[in-house]
Write a protein that binds this ligand. Structure first.
Ligand code: B12
Ligand code: SF4
Ligand code: SF4
Length: 323
């Protein structure tokens, strides 16, 4: 990784960043693809379909009129993911325990702010940030910054770091004196490991997008209805209770980066892993007596509260019936 102006690569590494890329292209390359995807998928993810948000995604300038350039950072959760894989623990997606079990939004926001303020010490710039929070096509922004390609599993894949990372971006009101990496070529080749491994057949190979309604991640995190039936094929999964990493775990581009790092799971993340690895009925017994608000208190400070108690219980019941 290179230094970012006067911020050294070592300082960025301290913040959990493994690479960054710069672009002054404010218009996404795949907005038309997004618009084609929306009619069939927006119902399951209503926040994606809001008219205002669709317009924001068309151009960074539509979202923030002052936007002129952006730096996208890869915040790795590979060390935590490696620890989970070694424990054969698949019930919680790696990103949720990857920042010591803390809510990645909070952690990344703090770190992006720190970088933005440090840049302001030398440059009279204004910035905004996005870390799975704003209505912008974050993967496309990372693609334009030369950080990777869109895999057949729809994830942004980086040749050196695979895909076990979250994207965090700083968007600036001026262009910076930085070079843009060249755009990444597609390195999926003839591989179709993710398509064959996805238990619910959620990957649309032609468009490299997901059928949101079929994806386990949608059902276990975003679908807050206690009545929604599980996607067909869910029973072939690995006991996913929060999110799904199957199409990443089988990707050859994740094997090398994972082989070369030390597994690392912080104390809180390990406690959560232990909480989740118990029999499903034991977990349900912890959650059933709680009110919805008490459940939110239990998960507060983590990313785990997002589905809400009713749909979390619905997911646990699915696995209890299956076992
Ligand atoms: C909605 C959403 C979801 C939904 C829908 C996912 C989806 N694929 O759309 C659900 C709940 C299913 C989901 C799941 C997950 N998500 Co999510 N999600 C988002 C969110 C908020 C929007 C994504 C989006 O725009 N979807 C719309 C569709 C049309 O976009 P797309 O699938 O990426 O399709 C693009 C490609 O097909 C591309 N394309 C295909 N071929 C080509 C070729 C070229 C040349 C180009 C330029 C483009 C291109 O064009 C499309 C439009 O951009 C983003 C954050 C953000 N603001 O961007 C995070 C985000 C994509 N999610 C993220 C993560 C980590 C996950 C999960 C791994 C979590 C988990 N473990 O459960 C899974 C992964 C599922 C998967 N295989 O993609 C990360 C991805 C990091 C990465 N390495 O790519 C993001 C970027 C959040 C972040 N800031 O880090 N997610
Ligand atoms: S996240 Fe899981 S369900 Fe969704 S596409 Fe990947 S393997 Fe399939
Ligand atoms: S598993 Fe294979 S096809 Fe799927 S994203 Fe990885 S390299 Fe591409």
């Amino acid at each position: 990784m290179k230094d970012l102006l006067h911020i050294s690569a070592a300082e960025l590494t301290e913040l959990g960043i493994v690479d960054w890329g710069y672009t002054s292209e404010t218009v996404p390359r795949s907005f038309e693809k997004f618009k084609k995807w929306l009619p069939d998928n927006g119902a399951k993810l209503p926040f994606m379909a809001l008219e205002k948000n669709v317009n924001y995604r068309s151009d960074l300038k539509a979202w923030w009129p002052h936007a002129r350039s952006a730096v996208v950072f890869l915040f790795s959760y590979a060390p935590a993911k490696k620890a989970l894989l070694e424990e054969k623990q698949y019930r919680v997606a790696g990103y949720a325990l990857g920042f010591d079990g803390e809510d990645y939004h909070t952690v990344m926001k703090e770190r992006l702010h720190l970088i933005g303020r440090k840049l302001q010490e030398k440059y009279p710039l204004q910035f905004r940030h996005s870390h799975d929070t704003e209505a912008i096509l974050e993967r496309d922004l990372a693609y334009r910054s030369g950080l990777g390609w869109f895999g057949k599993n729809a994830l942004l894949i980086n040749r050196q770091h695979g895909s076990y990372f979250m994207l965090g971006s700083l968007i600036f009101d001026q262009e910076l004196e930085l070079e843009t990496n060249s755009l990444s070529a597609d390195h999926c080749g003839q591989c179709r490991a993710c398509i064959d491994a996805c238990p619910t057949d959620a990957i649309n190979i032609e468009t490299r997008t997901l059928v949101a309604a079929k994806c386990i991640s949608t059902w276990t995190i975003e679908d807050r209805s206690a009545e929604s039936p599980a996607p067909v094929g869910m029973e072939k999964g690995r006991g996913e209770v929060f999110g799904c990493d199957i199409c990443q775990d089988v990707c050859p581009w994740n094997q090398k980066p994972i082989a070369h790092i030390k597994p690392q799971l912080g104390t809180r993340a390990r406690e959560w892993m232990r909480w989740f690895e118990r029999p499903f009925d034991e977990i349900a017994n912890d959650v059933l007596p709680l009110t919805n608000r008490a459940y939110l208190r239990l998960t507060s400070g983590t990313a785990l509260g997002r589905p809400g108690r009713p749909s979390f219980i619905r997911t646990l019941s699915f696995w209890m019936k299956k076992n």
